[in-house]
Design a protein around this ligand. Structure first.
Ligand code: VTB
Ligand code: MG
Ligand code: MG
Length: 334
Protein backbone atom coordinates (compact mmCIF):
# COMPACT_ATOMS: atom_id res chain seq x y z
CA UNK A 1 0.00 0.00 0.00
CA UNK A 2 1.32 3.46 -0.77
CA UNK A 3 1.68 5.98 2.04
CA UNK A 4 -1.41 7.96 2.96
CA UNK A 5 -1.88 11.49 4.26
CA UNK A 6 -1.76 11.70 8.07
CA UNK A 7 -4.98 13.69 8.37
CA UNK A 8 -8.31 12.45 7.10
CA UNK A 9 -9.63 15.97 6.53
CA UNK A 10 -8.44 17.14 3.13
CA UNK A 11 -7.12 20.65 3.18
CA UNK A 12 -9.89 21.63 0.78
CA UNK A 13 -12.48 21.36 3.49
CA UNK A 14 -10.70 23.96 5.60
CA UNK A 15 -10.74 26.47 2.78
CA UNK A 16 -13.86 28.51 2.95
CA UNK A 17 -15.47 30.43 0.12
CA UNK A 18 -17.06 29.20 -3.01
CA UNK A 19 -15.05 27.02 -5.37
CA UNK A 20 -15.57 29.05 -8.51
CA UNK A 21 -13.73 26.36 -10.44
CA UNK A 22 -16.95 24.40 -10.51
CA UNK A 23 -18.76 27.28 -12.21
CA UNK A 24 -15.89 27.68 -14.63
CA UNK A 25 -16.32 24.09 -15.80
CA UNK A 26 -19.62 25.04 -17.39
CA UNK A 27 -17.82 27.80 -19.26
CA UNK A 28 -15.08 25.58 -20.68
CA UNK A 29 -17.57 22.77 -21.37
CA UNK A 30 -19.74 25.09 -23.44
CA UNK A 31 -16.73 26.23 -25.46
CA UNK A 32 -15.57 22.64 -25.99
CA UNK A 33 -18.97 21.43 -27.14
CA UNK A 34 -19.25 24.31 -29.61
CA UNK A 35 -15.75 24.00 -31.06
CA UNK A 36 -15.85 20.19 -31.22
CA UNK A 37 -18.39 20.55 -34.04
CA UNK A 38 -15.47 21.89 -36.06
CA UNK A 39 -13.00 19.12 -35.26
CA UNK A 40 -11.25 17.94 -38.41
CA UNK A 41 -13.01 20.39 -40.69
CA UNK A 42 -9.87 22.33 -41.54
CA UNK A 43 -11.27 25.69 -40.47
CA UNK A 44 -9.45 26.87 -37.36
CA UNK A 45 -11.06 30.30 -37.38
CA UNK A 46 -14.57 28.85 -37.38
CA UNK A 47 -13.62 26.48 -34.55
CA UNK A 48 -12.19 29.38 -32.56
CA UNK A 49 -15.18 31.64 -33.22
CA UNK A 50 -17.57 28.92 -32.04
CA UNK A 51 -15.59 28.47 -28.82
CA UNK A 52 -15.42 32.21 -28.16
CA UNK A 53 -19.16 32.77 -28.67
CA UNK A 54 -20.14 29.82 -26.47
CA UNK A 55 -17.70 30.75 -23.75
CA UNK A 56 -18.87 34.33 -23.63
CA UNK A 57 -22.53 33.32 -23.29
CA UNK A 58 -21.68 30.78 -20.58
CA UNK A 59 -19.90 33.45 -18.55
CA UNK A 60 -23.25 35.17 -17.99
CA UNK A 61 -24.11 32.45 -15.46
CA UNK A 62 -21.00 32.98 -13.29
CA UNK A 63 -21.47 35.09 -10.13
CA UNK A 64 -18.46 37.37 -10.55
CA UNK A 65 -17.69 40.82 -11.87
CA UNK A 66 -14.89 39.73 -14.13
CA UNK A 67 -12.56 41.69 -16.36
CA UNK A 68 -10.81 39.86 -19.17
CA UNK A 69 -7.08 40.37 -18.61
CA UNK A 70 -5.83 37.68 -20.96
CA UNK A 71 -8.24 37.43 -23.87
CA UNK A 72 -8.78 37.28 -27.56
CA UNK A 73 -7.02 40.56 -28.33
CA UNK A 74 -7.62 44.29 -28.36
CA UNK A 75 -11.19 45.58 -28.39
CA UNK A 76 -10.95 46.84 -31.98
CA UNK A 77 -9.75 43.50 -33.32
CA UNK A 78 -11.71 41.03 -31.16
CA UNK A 79 -15.47 41.38 -30.97
CA UNK A 80 -15.79 39.08 -27.95
CA UNK A 81 -13.73 38.31 -24.87
CA UNK A 82 -11.42 41.19 -25.75
CA UNK A 83 -8.95 42.49 -23.19
CA UNK A 84 -10.87 44.72 -20.80
CA UNK A 85 -14.29 43.20 -21.51
CA UNK A 86 -16.54 42.75 -18.47
CA UNK A 87 -17.99 39.28 -17.99
CA UNK A 88 -20.09 37.53 -15.36
CA UNK A 89 -23.44 38.48 -13.90
CA UNK A 90 -22.13 40.27 -10.80
CA UNK A 91 -20.13 39.40 -7.71
CA UNK A 92 -16.53 39.74 -6.54
CA UNK A 93 -14.21 41.62 -8.86
CA UNK A 94 -11.89 39.17 -10.56
CA UNK A 95 -9.29 38.95 -13.30
CA UNK A 96 -10.11 36.49 -16.05
CA UNK A 97 -7.74 34.74 -18.42
CA UNK A 98 -9.17 32.80 -21.33
CA UNK A 99 -8.08 30.82 -24.30
CA UNK A 100 -11.45 29.68 -25.64
CA UNK A 101 -9.75 27.17 -27.95
CA UNK A 102 -6.13 26.48 -27.10
CA UNK A 103 -4.84 24.69 -30.17
CA UNK A 104 -7.12 25.91 -32.97
CA UNK A 105 -4.92 24.02 -35.46
CA UNK A 106 -5.13 20.85 -33.39
CA UNK A 107 -8.93 21.05 -33.50
CA UNK A 108 -9.08 21.92 -37.21
CA UNK A 109 -6.75 19.02 -38.05
CA UNK A 110 -8.28 16.63 -35.48
CA UNK A 111 -4.98 16.22 -33.66
CA UNK A 112 -4.70 15.48 -29.91
CA UNK A 113 -4.63 18.02 -27.06
CA UNK A 114 -6.98 20.83 -28.16
CA UNK A 115 -8.55 22.20 -24.97
CA UNK A 116 -10.70 25.10 -23.84
CA UNK A 117 -9.20 27.07 -20.95
CA UNK A 118 -10.22 29.62 -18.32
CA UNK A 119 -8.40 30.86 -15.23
CA UNK A 120 -9.54 33.25 -12.53
CA UNK A 121 -7.63 35.36 -10.02
CA UNK A 122 -8.32 38.29 -7.74
CA UNK A 123 -8.29 41.68 -9.39
CA UNK A 124 -4.82 42.71 -10.54
CA UNK A 125 -3.26 39.29 -9.96
CA UNK A 126 -2.64 38.10 -13.54
CA UNK A 127 0.24 39.46 -15.58
CA UNK A 128 -1.31 41.85 -18.05
CA UNK A 129 0.66 40.51 -21.00
CA UNK A 130 -0.04 41.48 -24.60
CA UNK A 131 -0.16 38.82 -27.30
CA UNK A 132 3.58 38.49 -27.80
CA UNK A 133 5.95 35.57 -27.19
CA UNK A 134 7.14 34.33 -23.84
CA UNK A 135 10.08 32.10 -23.07
CA UNK A 136 8.89 29.38 -20.68
CA UNK A 137 10.56 26.85 -18.43
CA UNK A 138 8.54 24.53 -16.18
CA UNK A 139 8.85 21.42 -14.04
CA UNK A 140 6.51 19.48 -11.79
CA UNK A 141 5.97 19.45 -8.01
CA UNK A 142 8.17 18.11 -5.21
CA UNK A 143 11.46 19.49 -6.46
CA UNK A 144 13.78 21.85 -4.56
CA UNK A 145 13.28 25.55 -5.11
CA UNK A 146 15.52 26.91 -7.79
CA UNK A 147 15.95 23.60 -9.61
CA UNK A 148 15.19 25.47 -12.83
CA UNK A 149 16.73 28.77 -13.82
CA UNK A 150 15.56 30.46 -17.01
CA UNK A 151 18.87 32.24 -17.49
CA UNK A 152 20.96 29.07 -17.20
CA UNK A 153 21.72 26.84 -20.18
CA UNK A 154 19.35 23.96 -20.94
CA UNK A 155 22.21 21.55 -20.22
CA UNK A 156 22.59 23.03 -16.74
CA UNK A 157 18.85 22.89 -16.09
CA UNK A 158 18.72 19.24 -17.17
CA UNK A 159 21.70 18.38 -14.95
CA UNK A 160 20.09 20.09 -11.94
CA UNK A 161 16.78 18.38 -12.60
CA UNK A 162 18.41 14.95 -12.94
CA UNK A 163 20.21 15.47 -9.63
CA UNK A 164 16.98 16.53 -7.90
CA UNK A 165 15.10 13.54 -9.35
CA UNK A 166 17.94 11.14 -8.51
CA UNK A 167 18.17 10.00 -12.09
CA UNK A 168 20.34 10.46 -15.13
CA UNK A 169 19.78 13.17 -17.74
CA UNK A 170 19.12 10.32 -20.17
CA UNK A 171 16.04 9.43 -18.09
CA UNK A 172 14.54 12.88 -18.64
CA UNK A 173 12.16 14.02 -21.36
CA UNK A 174 12.01 17.65 -22.40
CA UNK A 175 8.94 18.85 -24.25
CA UNK A 176 9.00 21.79 -26.69
CA UNK A 177 7.02 23.19 -29.58
CA UNK A 178 8.42 22.03 -32.90
CA UNK A 179 9.62 25.32 -34.34
CA UNK A 180 12.73 26.37 -36.17
CA UNK A 181 13.46 28.84 -33.41
CA UNK A 182 13.87 25.86 -31.06
CA UNK A 183 16.42 23.98 -33.18
CA UNK A 184 19.30 24.99 -30.92
CA UNK A 185 17.38 24.23 -27.72
CA UNK A 186 16.47 20.78 -29.02
CA UNK A 187 20.03 20.06 -30.19
CA UNK A 188 21.48 21.14 -26.83
CA UNK A 189 18.96 19.06 -24.86
CA UNK A 190 19.78 15.97 -26.93
CA UNK A 191 23.49 16.69 -26.65
CA UNK A 192 23.05 16.73 -22.87
CA UNK A 193 21.48 13.28 -23.17
CA UNK A 194 17.79 14.03 -22.72
CA UNK A 195 14.93 12.80 -24.88
CA UNK A 196 12.92 15.50 -26.63
CA UNK A 197 9.19 15.33 -27.27
CA UNK A 198 8.17 17.76 -30.00
CA UNK A 199 4.60 18.98 -30.20
CA UNK A 200 3.02 20.90 -33.04
CA UNK A 201 0.86 23.15 -30.83
CA UNK A 202 -0.71 23.56 -27.42
CA UNK A 203 1.86 24.49 -24.80
CA UNK A 204 -0.66 25.04 -21.97
CA UNK A 205 -1.36 21.29 -21.89
CA UNK A 206 2.34 20.58 -22.37
CA UNK A 207 3.39 22.73 -19.39
CA UNK A 208 0.72 21.02 -17.27
CA UNK A 209 2.09 17.64 -18.39
CA UNK A 210 5.25 18.30 -16.34
CA UNK A 211 3.07 18.02 -13.21
CA UNK A 212 1.20 14.86 -14.17
CA UNK A 213 2.77 11.65 -12.89
CA UNK A 214 2.32 9.52 -16.00
CA UNK A 215 2.75 12.07 -18.76
CA UNK A 216 6.37 11.17 -19.42
CA UNK A 217 7.29 14.87 -19.57
CA UNK A 218 9.85 16.09 -17.01
CA UNK A 219 10.50 19.61 -18.20
CA UNK A 220 8.92 22.05 -20.63
CA UNK A 221 11.08 24.64 -22.39
CA UNK A 222 10.83 27.11 -25.24
CA UNK A 223 8.87 30.09 -26.43
CA UNK A 224 5.17 30.33 -27.15
CA UNK A 225 2.31 32.73 -26.61
CA UNK A 226 2.53 34.98 -23.54
CA UNK A 227 -1.22 34.63 -22.89
CA UNK A 228 -0.76 30.84 -22.86
CA UNK A 229 2.15 31.39 -20.47
CA UNK A 230 -0.09 33.17 -17.96
CA UNK A 231 -2.73 30.43 -18.24
CA UNK A 232 -0.11 27.74 -17.75
CA UNK A 233 1.28 29.65 -14.74
CA UNK A 234 -2.18 29.60 -13.14
CA UNK A 235 -2.33 25.81 -13.55
CA UNK A 236 1.22 25.35 -12.28
CA UNK A 237 0.30 27.37 -9.17
CA UNK A 238 -2.55 24.93 -8.50
CA UNK A 239 -0.35 21.90 -9.18
CA UNK A 240 2.58 23.12 -7.07
CA UNK A 241 5.04 22.92 -9.93
CA UNK A 242 7.69 25.49 -10.79
CA UNK A 243 7.70 27.81 -13.77
CA UNK A 244 9.59 30.86 -14.96
CA UNK A 245 8.91 33.10 -17.92
CA UNK A 246 10.34 36.00 -19.85
CA UNK A 247 8.50 38.18 -22.32
CA UNK A 248 10.19 38.28 -25.71
CA UNK A 249 10.02 41.44 -27.77
CA UNK A 250 10.31 41.74 -31.52
CA UNK A 251 10.23 45.54 -31.67
CA UNK A 252 10.12 48.76 -29.64
CA UNK A 253 6.35 49.06 -30.03
CA UNK A 254 5.85 45.79 -28.16
CA UNK A 255 8.00 47.02 -25.28
CA UNK A 256 6.10 50.31 -25.06
CA UNK A 257 2.78 48.48 -25.20
CA UNK A 258 3.86 46.06 -22.48
CA UNK A 259 5.06 48.93 -20.29
CA UNK A 260 1.62 50.50 -20.50
CA UNK A 261 -0.09 47.25 -19.51
CA UNK A 262 1.96 45.54 -16.80
CA UNK A 263 2.36 46.49 -13.15
CA UNK A 264 4.59 49.51 -12.65
CA UNK A 265 7.05 47.60 -10.44
CA UNK A 266 7.79 45.03 -13.15
CA UNK A 267 10.52 45.48 -15.72
CA UNK A 268 9.07 44.05 -18.98
CA UNK A 269 12.36 42.34 -19.76
CA UNK A 270 12.93 40.71 -16.38
CA UNK A 271 12.68 36.99 -15.62
CA UNK A 272 9.16 36.39 -14.34
CA UNK A 273 8.35 34.24 -11.35
CA UNK A 274 5.12 32.31 -10.95
CA UNK A 275 3.81 35.06 -8.68
CA UNK A 276 4.62 37.71 -11.31
CA UNK A 277 2.40 35.81 -13.75
CA UNK A 278 -0.38 34.57 -11.46
CA UNK A 279 -0.50 35.76 -7.84
CA UNK A 280 -2.89 35.03 -4.97
CA UNK A 281 -5.65 32.44 -5.01
CA UNK A 282 -6.29 31.19 -8.54
CA UNK A 283 -8.71 28.84 -10.21
CA UNK A 284 -7.97 27.00 -13.43
CA UNK A 285 -10.32 24.97 -15.57
CA UNK A 286 -9.98 23.17 -18.91
CA UNK A 287 -12.17 20.88 -21.01
CA UNK A 288 -10.89 18.55 -23.72
CA UNK A 289 -11.93 19.18 -27.33
CA UNK A 290 -9.78 16.49 -28.96
CA UNK A 291 -8.44 13.64 -26.83
CA UNK A 292 -4.97 14.13 -25.38
CA UNK A 293 -2.73 13.31 -22.43
CA UNK A 294 -4.52 15.73 -20.14
CA UNK A 295 -8.15 15.21 -21.08
CA UNK A 296 -10.34 13.16 -23.36
CA UNK A 297 -12.12 15.10 -26.07
CA UNK A 298 -15.81 15.73 -26.63
CA UNK A 299 -17.71 12.48 -27.24
CA UNK A 300 -21.12 11.62 -28.62
CA UNK A 301 -22.02 8.38 -26.80
CA UNK A 302 -25.58 8.21 -28.13
CA UNK A 303 -28.08 10.50 -29.84
CA UNK A 304 -29.21 12.06 -26.56
CA UNK A 305 -25.98 13.06 -24.90
CA UNK A 306 -22.73 14.88 -25.43
CA UNK A 307 -19.98 13.86 -23.02
CA UNK A 308 -17.20 16.19 -21.85
CA UNK A 309 -14.11 15.75 -19.69
CA UNK A 310 -12.82 18.64 -17.61
CA UNK A 311 -10.26 19.37 -14.96
CA UNK A 312 -10.75 22.02 -12.28
CA UNK A 313 -7.98 23.22 -10.01
CA UNK A 314 -7.82 25.61 -7.08
CA UNK A 315 -4.53 26.90 -5.71
CA UNK A 316 -5.83 27.68 -2.22
CA UNK A 317 -6.87 24.12 -1.48
CA UNK A 318 -4.69 22.25 -3.96
CA UNK A 319 -7.75 20.32 -5.11
CA UNK A 320 -7.59 18.84 -8.60
CA UNK A 321 -10.97 17.61 -9.69
CA UNK A 322 -11.78 15.76 -12.90
CA UNK A 323 -15.34 15.99 -14.12
CA UNK A 324 -16.95 13.66 -16.62
CA UNK A 325 -20.25 15.24 -17.70
CA UNK A 326 -23.14 14.05 -19.83
CA UNK A 327 -25.05 16.90 -21.42
CA UNK A 328 -28.55 16.07 -22.50
CA UNK A 329 -29.86 17.93 -25.47
CA UNK A 330 -33.55 17.27 -25.32
CA UNK A 331 -35.14 20.75 -25.49
CA UNK A 332 -38.27 19.43 -23.70
CA UNK A 333 -36.57 18.69 -20.38
CA UNK A 334 -38.19 20.64 -17.54
C1 VTB B 1 1.96 29.32 -29.22
C2 VTB B 1 1.58 28.35 -28.12
C3 VTB B 1 0.16 27.88 -28.26
O1 VTB B 1 0.29 28.35 -30.62
O2 VTB B 1 1.21 30.49 -29.07
C4 VTB B 1 1.65 28.70 -30.56
O3 VTB B 1 1.74 29.03 -26.89
C5 VTB B 1 1.96 29.63 -31.72
O4 VTB B 1 3.32 29.59 -31.91
O5 VTB B 1 -0.11 26.87 -27.32
P1 VTB B 1 3.90 30.04 -33.32
O6 VTB B 1 3.62 31.49 -33.43
O7 VTB B 1 5.34 29.71 -33.25
O8 VTB B 1 3.18 29.23 -34.36
C6 VTB B 1 -0.12 27.39 -29.67
O9 VTB B 1 0.62 26.19 -29.90
C7 VTB B 1 -1.61 27.10 -29.85
O10 VTB B 1 -2.36 28.27 -29.60
MG1 MG C 1 -7.03 31.54 -28.69
MG1 MG D 1 -3.81 29.43 -27.84
Amino acid sequence: MSSQPSSITPHAYRVTGRNLGLDLARVTEAAAIASARWTGRGDKNAADAAAVAAMRTAFDTVAISGTVTIGEGEMDEAPMLYIGEKVGHGGPEMDIAVDPLEGTNLCARSLPNAITVVALAQKGCFLHAPDIYMQKLAVGPGLPDGVIEIDASIGQNLANLARAKHCDVSDLTLCALERERHNELVAKAREAGARVRLISDGDVAAVIATCLPNSGVDIYAGSGGAPEGVLAAAAIRCLNGQMQGRLLFENEAQITRTHSMIRADLDPTQALTLADMAAGPVFFCATGVTSGDLLKGVEYPNPHYIRTHSVMMRSESGTIRYMDAYHHFDPHLA
